[in-house]
Design a protein around this ligand. Structure first.
Ligand code: ZN
Length: 187
């Protein structure tokens, strides 16, 4: 095998040298290569590093994503808000398929002690109000109410969680709060 490249190279040179010779004959003797394609050159081993880990960390630490599904569940039961974050964003992804009128989800933040009453008043407010009583100042922050496949988010000043807790996040859709809630606190 090691001799073949040399033979091919010399044959190539012969062809070049033989001006006017229309039919270059392969070198006699040795096995005639079926294909004249040159052996595939080894791929240059210069694969750039996919991620150098130097991606600028935009405020990812001041945001969190939470999922709600068609089984009336959030995928987390606690949210820690770094005290260094001036503002904090919660993105809610409804991973289910049911419509908002049947299985709507939102994220509402209140004092833990206010959650039952805020949820109850939200039921009375109705779907069009996102199941939240308009002007309810017990609500520190809330997202829109979304159905399956939708995403929404809410951003609020972290200072709202500074005093007067404990605080919770929950879904105010009728009947969801008891299952869909968790603690949220500055850490
Ligand atoms: Zn819900």
């Amino acid at each position: 095998m090691t001799a073949r490249p040399t033979l091919l190279a010399s044959g190539f040179l012969l062809v070049l040298a033989g001006c006017g010779d229309p039919a270059p004959t392969p070198p006699a003797g040795g096995p005639v290569p079926e294909s004249t394609s040159t052996p595939a050159a080894p791929a240059a081993a210069v694969e750039p590093a996919a991620n150098g880990g130097t991606e600028p960390s935009t405020d990812t630490a001041c945001a969190v994503e939470i999922e709600g599904n068609d089984l009336m569940q959030f995928n987390r039961d606690a949210i820690a808000v770094p005290a260094t974050c001036e503002r904090f964003t919660i993105t809610l992804r409804h991973t289910g398929q049911m419509p908002v009128a049947t299985m709507g989800h939102n994220v509402v933040i209140t004092r833990e002690s206010d959650m039952p009453a805020v949820a109850a008043d939200g039921v009375g407010a109705g779907l069009d109000a996102g199941y939240l009583k308009p002007g309810d100042d017990r609500i520190l922050a809330h997202s829109d109410l979304v159905g399956g496949g939708a995403i929404t988010s809410v951003t609020f000043p972290s200072a709202k969680l500074k005093e007067g807790g404990p605080y919770v996040f929950f879904c105010s859709f009728p009947g969801h709060a008891p299952m869909m809630n968790g603690r949220i606190a500055l850490e």
